[in-house]
Ligand binder design. Structure first.
Ligand SMILES: *[C@@H]1O[C@H](CO)[C@@H](O)[C@H](O)[C@H]1NC(C)=O
Length: 351
């Protein structure tokens, strides 16, 4: 009888061991159990370029939509003789067209330099940042437009709004807002590869570009060694900037998750498929303040060591192109966690 009681007590004690130990484990040694640890970083900047190729704006919080950050590349400028889009590649001065949001966020405020001797003075244009269908019907007309040799459509603004742009760029141009015809992702974002049909506005191919500060820092160290001034991340026109871990560790990212801080208003996690590395052209050579284009850098430096993608052998890569899986609030300070990595990234031209 006594030995049976002793056995029961021993069993109860043994059963209580996990109850006492597990909570402690969670706080101390759980990190060892999760080896290898997933890469994780923090969002330090969110940037949108409402008018393609023009100067963008920085926000602390916005909405990630499946087509990109809320106001990113919703507008572009077209040459009215061809209806073809204009790009900073051919017209560096486009970077001197500024965009900002009104304090309540309802208006996009565009500043276009005035031509003439008073180089500091600007035309200021205010348009609704989220135009309603009624506003578009009353104030614009729908027109076919071309971007990267593909026809789509856009709501074309009135001559009163377009005039300052034409004057500044020295040719007849029009501002257009993304029309209803979907621009389905191509290249690495093609539905047959992505597994879903996803669209974007007037970004080149993919909705969201993610850049790492530690990779930029590594690039800048190389530039400084050559006696070249370091550059800002704005040169690469990213949407989401993260602190980053080891420089260029983002090259292998495949799926990332963005999560808010814990608490009652904790935002729901946002998942983004990293579809490709971003193959670069010479736009990063353009100083966003002055529109002056450096003859060599950072292009030459990037070419010397960042031709890392088999699919695009002659172009250097900086940043990762992504397609959001879901939509929601995104803010500076949120965490980015790498859920999946791959060694199979291979760039496919989307235009
Ligand atoms: C940019 O505009 C300025 C005038 O504001 C002009 O002097 C300059 O030549 C333009 N740059 C280019 C590359 O067209």
């Amino acid at each position: 009888m006594e030995s049976q009681t002793a056995l029961v007590i021993t069993l109860l004690l043994l059963l209580s061991v996990p109850i006492i130990l597990i909570p402690r484990l969670k706080h101390s040694s759980i990190q060892f159990l999760k080896w290898p640890r997933k890469q994780s970083s923090e969002i330090t900047s969110l940037r949108m370029y409402p008018i393609k190729s023009c100067r963008g704006l920085e926000v602390t919080q916005t909405i990630l939509k499946s087509h990109g950050l809320d106001l990113d590349r919703r507008w572009m400028l077209i040459d009215t003789s061809t209806n073809n889009f204009l790009t900073i590649r051919q017209i560096p001065n486009m970077t001197r067209i500024g965009t900002a949001l009104s304090p309540n966020g309802h208006e996009l405020i565009i500043t276009v330099p005035k031509s003439g001797p008073e180089t500091e003075s600007v035309h200021t244009i205010r348009i609704p940042s989220h135009p309603t269908p009624d506003w578009l019907t009353e104030n614009t007309h729908i027109d076919p437009v071309r971007i990267w040799d593909v026809d789509t459509d856009g709501y074309r603004y009135s001559e009163a709004i377009n005039a300052p742009f034409s004057e500044f760029l020295g040719r007849k141009v029009a501002l257009v807002y993304k029309g209803p015809t979907p621009r389905i992702l191509k290249g690495n974002g093609d539905p047959s590869i992505l597994g879903r049909v996803q669209t974007t506005g007037f970004s080149d191919v993919h909705p969201v570009l993610i850049a790492s500060e530690s990779s930029l820092k590594e690039l800048n160290q190389r530039l400084e060694k050559k006696g070249v001034d370091s550059i800002t991340v704005e040169r690469f026109r990213p949407n989401i900037v993260v602190k980053g871990g080891k420089a260029w560790s983002e090259d292998s990212w495949k799926l990332v998750r963005i999560t808010g801080s814990s608490g009652p208003d904790c935002a729901k996690p946002l998942d983004l498929d990293i579809v490709a590395r971003c193959a670069r052209c010479q736009v990063p050579n353009v100083d966003p303040d002055t529109a002056g284009k450096h003859k060599k850098q950072p292009w030459d430096m990037l070419v010397s060591y960042r031709r890392v993608d088999e699919g695009v052998k002659y172009k250097p890569c900086f940043g990762m192109l992504s397609a959001p899986r879901n939509e929601g609030v995104i803010g500076v300070g949120m965490r980015l966690e790498v859920l999946e990595e791959t060694s199979e990234h291979r760039y496919m031209a989307g235009f």
